[in-house]
Design a protein around this ligand. Structure first.
Ligand code: SF4
Ligand code: SF4
Length: 432
């Protein structure tokens, strides 16, 4: 499969009829009011390159990395333009053309995308170091002595956002097989495995409580979404093959993910490996069986927990790749509404990107901060105690935003709130 704009099916590019319906939903366009910074402008540039009227330039590269890849434009588009596919192809062409290449960028990309995120054991080792940095008190000393002033300006902000790695990884919290009934494989993710392994444990418990036999392979590769979204389709394909070697969809009723960004990409394995005769069939079967956990619970019929009412005001932030990428909007709300005592209060602009967008908060800190502030302001208006979010990037970004704003609200995965309700139910029935 070629990953250039010229190799795309031209109809995919032609589909845009320039109506502009997507413009008010695009966060970058809304911020700058510049045609180039919106989906319509970006698609016109892509088409000009495919036509041979324009070369892939540094300016084009910067424009495509200014786009969040939030896919809000896909939801708004009446013509059904598959912007996500165009966007990934454009970024792959930018990397292939090396118009943005410089030694520092190249080193960071090859260390992170090719070195770290292709090696789950090494990634876990880094997770352990992060955990140790905090648990040993080194982080407190570093911050207390204000040593971050010695860091370059870009890193200063990042140090403050260092995610809190958990003491245990997913395989240390979840037995390899638990529950009984429909047979499902649970994906533990890479970032999620390090910083939100408890969400994976909660997911396994919820699935078991809903009549599933949950299989959780202990060391899983990254799904490759980070690579596909950042112009590295070959590495994304390599990781997809590794995943298919580890988990054969024929062995399961469903393959479950609880991370929106991963899920949106995992569902494209069929297309990603369409030209690979050795994996094509398995990849198609995989895409058909890949389910977001909320989607799966809705399909099999969620069991409402019978726990006592525990009053709690919750608002729901819709991760872009769940609502725009996978069109899953009602199911997470159904999960939340099933929890006794939980009052769901709607969030203004719930589908508006929080600015996390993979590594966008690192590559475009200014725009990311603007979007985060907009999100936190809306959350403040709800008066919610908890913000439910189903993607690790959103979770960390919003938690940072709330902390910086001095808010007491916390962030939780909807499935974690459900797991807690099941635990309360279990404890109550076990009580003498
Ligand atoms: S993906 Fe998001 S930021 Fe990019 S063009 Fe579409 S709406 Fe705008
Ligand atoms: S809404 Fe769709 S068809 Fe209309 S300008 Fe945007 S991408 Fe093109």
């Amino acid at each position: 499969m070629s990953d250039s704009l010229r190799s795309l099916n031209y109809l995919d590019l032609q589909q845009c009829m320039h109506c502009g319906m997507c413009l008010p939903t695009c966060p970058t366009y809304t911020e700058t009011q510049n045609e180039r910074n919106g989906p319509r402008g970006r698609i016109s540039l892509m088409r000009a390159i495919a036509d041979g009227r324009l070369d892939v330039t540094k300016t084009f590269g910067e424009e495509m990395y200014f786009c969040l890849g939030c896919l809000a434009c896909e939801t708004a588009c009446p013509a059904g333009v598959q912007y996500g596919h165009l966007f990934e192809t454009a970024r792959a062409e930018i990397e292939h053309s090396a118009v943005l290449a410089n030694p520092k960028r190249n080193a960071i990309r090859s260390t992170l995308l090719k070195g770290l995120f292709t090696r789950p054991r090494l990634l876990r080792f880094v997770g352990r170091l992060l955990w140790l940095y905090r648990a040993s008190g080194a982080q407190a000393i570093f911050r207390g002595l204000k040593l971050n002033r010695l860091l370059p300006e870009k890193l200063r902000g990042l140090e403050a956002q260092t995610p809190v790695a958990q003491a245990k990884f997913s395989h240390e919290l979840i037995p390899p097989v638990m529950g009984q009934g429909r047979k499902v494989a649970l994906l533990t993710g890479c970032v999620q495995d390090i910083v939100l392994a408890d969400v994976n444990r909660d997911t396994a418990e919820v699935l078991a409580a809903n009549g599933c036999e949950v299989h959780t392979p202990p060391v899983q590769p990254c799904c490759g979404s980070l690579h596909a979204h950042n112009g590295e389709p070959d590495t994304a394909r390599l990781l997809a093959r590794r995943m298919l070697d580890l988990i054969n969809p024929a062995d399961y009723d469903a393959i479950i993910t609880n991370a929106a960004g991963c899920g949106s990409h995992l569902k494209t394995y069929g297309r990603l490996l369409a030209d690979d005769p050795a994996y094509r069939e398995r990849a198609e079967a995989w895409s058909a069986k890949l389910k977001d956990v909320h989607e799966w619970l809705d399909l099999i019929g969620l069991r409402k927990p019978q726990s006592p009412e525990n009053p709690c005001k919750v608002t729901y932030h819709e991760a872009c790749h769940l609502c725009h990428g996978q069109k899953i909007t009602k199911q997470p709300r159904s999960v939340l509404k099933a929890i006794p005592g939980l009052e769901l209060t709607e969030l203004g602009e719930s589908t508006w990107c929080c600015g996390s967008a993979g590594i966008y908060n690192i590559t475009q800190p200014e725009m990311s901060a603007k979007l985060l502030k907009r999100k936190v302001d809306h959350i403040g208006k709800t008066g919610a105690d908890v913000v439910a979010a189903a993607n690790p990037g959103c979770h960390l970004q919003i938690a940072n935003g709330l902390r910086e704003a001095g808010s007491d609200a916390t962030v939780a995965h909807p499935i974690s709130l459900l797991a807690q309700a099941y635990r309360t139910e279990r404890d109550r029935s076990a009580a003498p």
